[in-house]
Design a protein around this ligand. Structure first.
Ligand code: CA
Ligand code: CA
Ligand code: CA
Length: 309
């Protein structure tokens, strides 16, 4: 990103896209000139998540960017963005027309079974972009049936086969600033790409109730959450929800007692080389988590979250 939502909207500038490759010494080397034409290196203003999938079936990964636009009032929103592999060997950047939304999350799977990978969009409501197979996508709001979730404030989602029936299901998280309104939920695929049956996960009993990221692993949903009022975005916690019993346990928690994450309450050793921001008035939270070798890790050097599953 090249802009700051703390600056006036008149100073807004688009993100810059780049490719990096690890060399044999483990160093990251920029390789953008090999894969991006100069005119293709400009992305949307505020990319929030990059989803890797092959959207044009050429066996080369493509990148869908969930974009939210200027992330402060008046939240102007923007079109979603796609980097699509070309036969020339470089990527072409495409804006998805008429996709001017405040997207915070996305996930990719073939939902309608036609062989082309589709996109779940999450940002406020959740709906699909169905891949037409020619680099275009059609908005489809008919597949998630429960009207109650459509206008709620969801910000992250994944497509994963939670019940092992061979069809991906939707896991939605967010909560805005009221988890009771938009609780984390699983919406099951009926086998035809229609999502109707919903299961709601337990509401957090602490003030870490805004879900920023999640994944499903070994029969549990792992939720990365940050705090809301009055400690907005100060501190992070990870909850593990057992899908059989629906019990949850807090397996990681950073407690913000002086404006930033200095104190960690955990049985594990979650912060390695943890470096708090120098400006103690700033909020600080962990952006996202992934499972890796039976542990939960965060890519952030600052936080370096690392706890067992
Ligand atoms: Ca491709
Ligand atoms: Ca499809
Ligand atoms: Ca399923």
């Amino acid at each position: 990103m090249t802009y700051s939502p703390a600056r006036p909207i008149s100073e807004i500038t688009p993100s810059l896209l780049s490719f990096w490759k690890k060399n044999q010494d483990g160093e990251w080397i920029e390789r953008s000139s090999d894969l991006l034409g100069e005119s293709e290196s400009v992305g949307c203003v505020h990319p929030r998540k990059a989803v890797i999938a092959d959207f044009n079936n050429d066996s080369k990964p493509d990148i869908w960017l969930a974009c939210s636009g200027y992330d402060a009032f008046p939240f102007t929103r923007e079109n979603q963005f796609l980097l699509l592999s070309q036969s020339s060997g470089v990527y072409k950047s495409l804006e998805i027309p008429s996709s001017n939304i405040y997207a915070h999350g996305a996930a990719a799977e073939d939902i309608d079974g036609d062989g082309w990978t589709d996109v779940l969009n999450v940002g406020g409501s959740a709906f699909f972009y169905i891949n037409n197979g020619d680099g275009t996508f059609s908005e489809d709001r008919t597949r998630i049936l429960n009207a109650s979730q459509k206008d709620d404030d969801y910000s992250t989602g994944e497509l994963v086969d939670v019940n092992d029936d061979g069809f991906v299901d939707i896991v939605l998280g967010g909560g805005g600033f009221n988890e009771a309104v938009s609780p984390v939920k699983i919406i099951y695929n009926d086998g035809n790409g229609i999502f109707a049956e919903e299961v709601t996960l337990p509401i957090s009993e602490d003030d870490y109730n805004l879900t920023l990221d999640l994944f499903v692993e070994q029969g549990s949903v792992y939720l990365l959450q940050t705090r809301t009022s009055p400690f907005n975005y100060k501190g992070s916690s990870v909850k593990k929800v057992n899908l059989k019993t629906m019990d949850y346990e807090v397996i990681f928690k950073s407690v913000d007692k002086s404006g930033y994450n200095t104190i960690v309450e955990s049985q594990h050793n979650p912060y390695i080389n943890g470096i708090p921001p120098s400006d103690v008035s700033l909020p600080s939270w962990i952006d996202w988590i992934v499972p890796y070798r039976n542990r939960i890790v965060s890519p952030s050097i600052v936080y370096a979250l690392d706890v067992p599953l």
